[in-house]
Design a protein around this ligand. Structure first.
Ligand code: SF4
Length: 346
């Protein structure tokens, strides 16, 4: 990986031979982030147009303050995207994080363009905006303010309990634009969670953040996903997870089974070989046909989980069939809310 030849804190013109040399400000390592390197870059753009976007479906636009993610989820489907930055080792996704230090400045300029139509913008679709680096760089407050100031609806998905820092800002933004918040919580077993998502806050901390968001007057759903076949799909685990989600007063729940696209499947299998060799053959059979668990498994999982949701007064958020993501308040589409309330039209 060519970036690794760079010297720490080196000036831009001292980094020969790099294709993206003009974007790089410096590389940084600090004791609070042992084992990590931050590549601070000056981004040329902030709003990313989603390639292959289907008209009428959520999120034509996304923002990624960071590339790479210290949450380090083994199943992360964004991991292969680090190759585009010439990080060849898949593990670099967890430890070599690109930081767009001028993001808010660039974003404000883009939002002021006459051509900007204030379409909803999603954060957290590729890498987590509230990963640990955000505690150091504090990019999100300015991003959220810029979006709200411009009248742009915000959709935000995270695993980071650092979200709590910005809840009052989000509550203020929600008075001006639609704001859709969701917390991703896949594993309620602390030991397994630390092995599968080693850089994330605990599920308890994340659900406490959901509760804090609700207390701040914000809608906040939970993405109970991915459900990991043979690891988190037992009635006991699902029931415990949904109990905790209901106790946090989540606005809705979305779930799907594990998706293993090329590049991620190999990383997942090598984790299984280390941690759960007894499951390697079962996974090979289940995902023999491709990236998705077979329809029969997904039907079986739905039959298992839907009654558990109903028992707890939780309703599944509507999933957009084209994108596989929850239909969002920020897109103005009907979405079911927690039972006891009526389906809400935002
Ligand atoms: S938090 Fe999201 S982006 Fe970060 S590693 Fe986990 S799945 Fe990937």
């Amino acid at each position: 990986m060519r970036w690794q030849s760079q010297q720490l804190d080196a000036p831009t013109d001292a980094l020969p031979g790099l294709a993206r040399i003009h974007d790089l400000v410096r590389t940084t390592r600090t004791p609070e982030f042992a084992g990590m390197t931050f590549y601070e870059v000056r981004a040329k753009s902030a709003l990313n147009r989603v390639p292959g976007h289907v008209p009428g479906t959520p999120y034509r636009w996304t923002i990624n303050p960071y590339r790479g993610c210290s949450h380090a989820c083994v199943y992360c489907f964004a991991r292969p995207t680090h190759r585009f930055l010439e990080f060849d080792d898949p593990a670099a996704f967890d430890a070599d994080v690109v930081v767009k230090v001028n993001l808010a400045e660039v974003l404000r300029a883009e939002l002021h363009r006459r051509s900007w139509r204030r379409e909803p913008v999603a954060l957290g679709t590729n890498t987590d905006p509230y990963q640990r680096a955000e505690g150091r760089y504090r990019l999100m407050p300015d991003v959220l303010s810029a979006l709200a100031d411009s009248g742009t609806p915000i959709s935000l998905l995270t695993k980071g309990s650092l979200l709590r820092r910005d809840l009052s800002l989000l509550a203020q933004a929600a008075e001006r634009v639609p704001v859709d918040l969701a917390m991703s919580v896949a594993v309620l077993d602390d030991d397994l969670q630390q092995r599968v998502e080693p850089g994330t806050p605990s599920a308890t901390a994340r659900l406490a953040t959901v509760r804090a968001a609700r207390d701040a007057g914000l809608e906040c759903g939970v993405f109970l996903m991915p459900v990991l076949p043979y690891l988190t799909d037992s009635v006991e685990h699902l029931g415990r997870a949904l109990d905790a989600i209901a106790a946090a007063r989540a606005s809705y729940v979305v779930w799907t089974a594990l998706y293993l696209k090329p590049g991620v499947k190999a990383w997942w299998v090598s984790w299984l070989q280390r941690e759960r060799p007894d499951l390697v053959a079962r996974y090979a059979r289940l995902y023999a046909e491709g990236a998705y668990a077979p329809k029969a498994y997904r039907r079986w999982l739905a039959d298992r989980i839907e009654p558990l949701l109903a028992e707890r007064g939780l309703v599944r958020g509507a999933v957009d069939s084209a994108t596989g993501t929850v239909r969002s308040r920020s897109t103005g589409i009907v979405r079911a809310v927690a039972a006891g309330g009526q389906p809400t039209l935002f």
